[in-house]
Design a protein around this ligand. Structure first.
Ligand code: ADP
Ligand code: MG
Length: 386
């Protein structure tokens, strides 16, 4: 189905449900992180891209302060909420994401009216592809335009972060929404998490005869909270002992000195962040000079660092990575926060089926749940469709 058909079908469905045409239809993508994991809250570098899987929202503003929301995703009924008196922690399930951005905009003195909203997303949930930010970015793009607030992308990024951190209560950084809001077709988003500086870096795997496979292990990363908090704490401790504002300020040349100052575990956590930042910079450089076919070793090194130093992988992710590599991928790593979610495998087109088959087989042999395997390409960031 073409996007145009999707859009008019969604608008027609909106009309059926809410009895009037939407004011417009907006779309925002999920994202995959090519490299740069757990560097965001260390004020470092990340290199995600917006993917060709998106959340679409048809939205119509109301003349009261009621919000009515429906998702085409199975099992969710119509949700109704009241914008006045919204407080962090209110709302349930997916409705917290649209309500969260409405709250965050109101908190910035944007006059947000009630609205009717129909959501249709094909970003897989909980796979580490940021289905939640896809929703938030689509909704905030719509509200930013319909309220006339006209906030710049950098401000939308921060408002979305407040929605997740304060309203929903998820301790996330700025990578996901930056990729979703600022991504572009054929480009990766090289983001400096200290100052939100963005450079778009061409990532055209297809032209190099490659595909980027995503292997969703189906292992839920929802129990990762404790692990995430403890990793953050280790990073803060390391920065404090090394006398810097954030680990971003530590270069690889200081690692030897650090080994004399930090306890064994903190050293390994710090070493991951410091080397990962360096790998992001190297990846950007290599993409510019040699192209995607030359970044395989950096992806591999990133995975080893997350597995051994940061300890955020899991048996399913390691199996996905190791199997992809032995079946022909030129580089592979877990992506996202860890403890589950997805791995990525940069694979020559001719090897794709072999990698898919080998991973499916190895999961069956290990007694793991069958993974979902699909390709992603760098796609446009959030935009209005109709
Ligand atoms: P991730 O963002 O990594 O996919 P999260 O746990 O942050 O994982 O967000 C997943 C949540 O987003 C789901 O539990 C659900 O509440 C919501 N969600 C995502 N897509 C949809 C959808 N199409 N319909 C309804 N809710 C959705
Ligand atoms: Mg999320």
């Amino acid at each position: 189905m073409s996007t145009a058909t999707d859009t008019s079908v969604l608008a027609a469905r909106f009309q059926e449900v809410f009895g009037a045409a939407p004011d417009g239809v907006w779309q925002a993508p999920g994202r995959v992180n090519l490299i740069g994991e757990h560097t965001d809250y260390n004020e470092g570098f990340v290199l995600p891209f917006a993917i060709d899987k998106t959340a679409k929202v048809a939205l119509r503003v109301r003349d009261d302060s009621t919000v009515r929301m429906l998702s085409t995703f199975g099992g969710h009924g119509l949700v109704e909420a009241e914008l006045n008196g919204l407080e962090p922690g209110s709302g349930q399930g997916w409705s917290r994401y649209p309500l969260g951005v409405a709250w965050a905009l109101k908190d910035r003195d944007v006059n947000v009216p009630g609205f009717d909203l129909l959501l249709d997303s094909d970003v897989p949930l909980g796979a580490g592809l940021s289905s939640s930010h896809a929703i938030e970015c689509a909704v905030i793009s719509a509200l930013n335009e319909l309220t006339g607030a006209g906030l710049a992308a950098e401000e939308l990024v921060l408002a979305t972060q407040r929605a997740e951190n304060v309203f929903v209560g998820a301790p996330t950084g700025i990578m996901d929404q930056s990729a979703s809001l600022r991504g572009a077709k054929g480009q990766a988003v090289f983001l400096d998490c200290r100052d939100q500086h963005v450079e778009l870096v061409p990532f055209d795997a297809e032209a190099s005869g490659l595909v980027l496979l995503v292997i969703d292990t189906k292992v839920s990363h929802s129990h990762a909270d404790g692990g995430y908090a403890s990793r953050r704490a280790s990073c803060e401790l390391g920065a404090e002992i090394l006398g810097v504002k954030a680990l971003r300020d530590v270069g690889v040349e200081r690692l030897e000195e650090a080994s004399g100052l930090l306890d064994e575990t903190t050293l390994r956590r710090v070493r991951h962040v410091v080397t990962e930042n360096d790998r992001v910079l190297q990846t950007v450089e290599i993409l510019g000079t040699q192209g995607p076919a030359s970044i395989g070793a950096l992806l591999d090194a990133s995975h080893v660092s997350m597995r051994d130093d940061f300890e955020i992988s899991c048996p399913e992710l390691d199996l996905a990575v190791d199997t992809s590599r032995s079946a022909g991928a030129i580089g592979a790593r877990m992506t996202g926060g860890g403890f589950g979610g997805s791995a990525i495998a940069l694979t020559p087109v001719g090897q794709e089926q072999q990698v898919r088959d080998a991973v499916v087989r190895s999961f069956a042999e290990a007694g793991f749940t069958a993974p979902d395997i699909f390709t992603v390409t760098p796609a446009a960031g959030a935009r209005r469709l109709a």
